[in-house]
Design a protein around this ligand. Structure first.
Ligand code: CA
Length: 222
């Protein structure tokens, strides 16, 4: 028994996947295609994180969501599958080569009508949504794009969310580098700043889960 989160070795991790994760054939195919043919395949979220995000969408009854950093589409499929048929998921990315893979799998999964892809810097898409009067409309925002802009994404996401809406921020444990005093990489510094901001932010209720590469949550309470 333990009163702290377990560290997981490979054997225990495999066991957890075996008894808890039901990755669909389509998602497995997407994972394999990404690993085999697309650069930076470690950027894809883990299957247990994907399954958790589908469940989370159902739990919060999400109908309008935004994803910042779509890559080859794994997380967008998990988010969209947890939302009803008339839901809206706005996906933001700037790399056409990556989202071409995502688009192929959205079509295979029959999710293309739920997903609105915006290929341009995510900050511009968020500013546009605000300019269109969509503040306070969204149930969920997944922040997983360039780490340097995390704080900017966070502030805009808070404006776009309804009261009680949820932000999920990916990679907040950054392979452990955030706790390494010798690591001063720009990405590490950006994640540390985001984590500190969240720690002190009284506008939200928050929680960090050691799932995948660290996933933090902020629920808008104003
Ligand atoms: Ca990520």
């Amino acid at each position: 028994m333990s009163n702290r989160t377990l560290s997981m070795d490979d054997r225990l991790y495999e066991y957890m996947l075996d008894v808890s994760v039901n990755e669909s054939e389509l998602l497995r195919e997407l994972r394999e295609e990404t690993a085999a043919s697309v650069e930076f395949s470690v950027m894809q979220i883990s299957p247990e994180q994907g399954q958790f995000m589908t469940l989370l969408m159902r739990l919060i009854g999400a109908k309008k969501a935004i994803e910042l950093g779509t890559y080859t589409g794994y997380s967008s499929i998990c988010i969209a599958e947890g939302m009803p048929d008339d839901a809206e998921l706005i996906c933001c990315d700037i790399t056409e080569q990556w989202v071409a893979v995502a688009q192929k799998y959205w079509a295979k999964a029959g999710l293309q009508d739920k997903i609105d892809l915006r290929i341009r810097p995510a900050l511009e898409t968020l500013e546009d949504l605000l300019a269109q009067g969509r503040a306070g409309e969204f149930d969920f925002v997944f922040i997983d794009a360039d780490k340097q802009n995390y704080q900017n994404y966070y502030e805009l996401a808070l404006k776009l969310l309804r009261t009680g809406g949820l932000i999920a921020i990916d990679n907040t444990l950054w392979s452990g580098a955030v706790a390494d005093p010798d690591n001063d990489e720009p990405g590490t510094r950006a994640i540390r700043k985001m984590n500190q901001l969240l720690k002190l932010d009284t506008r939200v209720e928050k929680c960090m889960l050691p799932i995948g590469d660290g996933l933090s949550f902020a629920m808008k309470n104003f």
